[in-house]
Ligand binder design. Structure first.
Ligand code: ATP
Ligand code: MG
Ligand code: ZN
Ligand code: ZN
Length: 281
């Protein structure tokens, strides 16, 4: 039997990423244009007046309607979801562990993605600077979209706060972005505790409290090292960073986004030779 050759652009996925943007942009691959439906995503079908079912040919008792094409509509849907998630290109590439400390984390996240169900408990990746928290967060969030077709939003807390601030400065009564973050089925917040003012603490606390209340999956990263010397939990700094509602928010975070501690060295500071060795782990 002749083996079908996979598209050289997308390897058969039928969509691909553009690499020249700061936010990851997905687009349908050109190989999808060979789908054959009249218009991509939709095709014209004949429907029987009597049964309401699609029939192979036009006849006196049929009308024409547009139906979503089974082949290409799901790809368009996936591309839309990937773009709505707004993943940063910087962390959008590899999604495999590169250090021995990352190995159990990636194994856990793979399982987590597989088992994800609406309202599932999320996680908070905590650990020192440069150990690979953001990379792992994006990898897990992207896998949720790619493998499970879930609606996800990714946001970097400082940038997100900036966007909300601009909305308010423009005189909008409420920020659409803020409401979106409170309501999307899955939210990933990078650097969740990078908060400089009371207003910033309040916005992030409000988002987290709203999501806890609604039972929505939430993931985050933070540089705060929350493990005490005796191995126990020490979240005083987190409580502090979150401001006046800090204790209430942190307590809820432990329940609906429990800590996953990431160890290892600062990957940005490794010498090129060390990096090579890590890549071969
Ligand atoms: N699994 C991986 N595959 C490829 N590159 C990785 C991986 N993990 C980390 N890196 C790279 O190592 C560097 C540090 O990773 P990352 O930015 O995720 O760390 P971080 O823990 O979020 O750091 P910070 O606390 O400063 O935000 C980045 O350049 C990242 O792209
Ligand atoms: Mg980071
Ligand atoms: Zn292709
Ligand atoms: Zn089609």
């Amino acid at each position: 039997m002749k083996k079908k050759r996979l598209c050289k652009h997308c390897g058969g996925e039928q969509y691909r990423y553009r690499s020249n943007t700061s936010t990851l942009v997905a687009e349908p691959c050109e190989c999808l244009a060979t789908c054959g439906c009249d218009e991509l995503q939709y095709r014209w079908v004949h429907v029987s007046y009597e049964t309401g079912r699609i029939v192979p040919e036009a006849g006196p008792n049929t009308y024409e309607a547009q139906a979503k094409c089974k082949r290409c509509a799901p790809v368009y849907e996936l591309v839309r979801r990937l773009n709505e998630a707004r993943f940063p290109t910087k962390h959008g590439g590899k999604s495999k562990p590169i250090t021995k400390e990352q190995k159990p984390l990636y194994a856990y996240l793979r399982q987590w993605v597989k088992a994800w169900d609406e309202g599932a408990v999320g996680f908070t990746l905590c650990g020192a600077v440069g150990v690979g928290k953001s990379q792992a967060l994006v990898a897990a969030a992207r896998a949720l979209v790619e493998k499970r077709r879930v609606a996800v939003r990714f946001s970097h807390a400082p940038q997100l706060l900036h966007t909300i601030k601009l909305d308010i400065e423009r005189g909008l009564a409420s920020s659409a972005r803020f409401h979106e973050l409170c309501q999307v089925p899955v939210l990933a917040i990078d650097e969740v505790a990078e908060l400089r003012t009371e207003w910033e603490q309040q916005i992030i606390s409000d988002v987290l409290l709203a999501r806890y209340q609604a039972g929505l999956t939430t993931m985050a990263t933070t540089n705060l090292v929350m493990v005490a010397e005796d191995g126990g939990l020490d979240d005083e700094e987190l409580v502090d960073q979150l401001g006046s509602a800090g204790r209430r928010v942190a307590s809820r975070m432990h329940e609906f986004m429990p800590l996953l501690v990431v160890g290892g060295a600062d990957l940005r500071r490794l010498r090129p030779a060390d990096k090579q060795a890590k890549l071969e782990v």
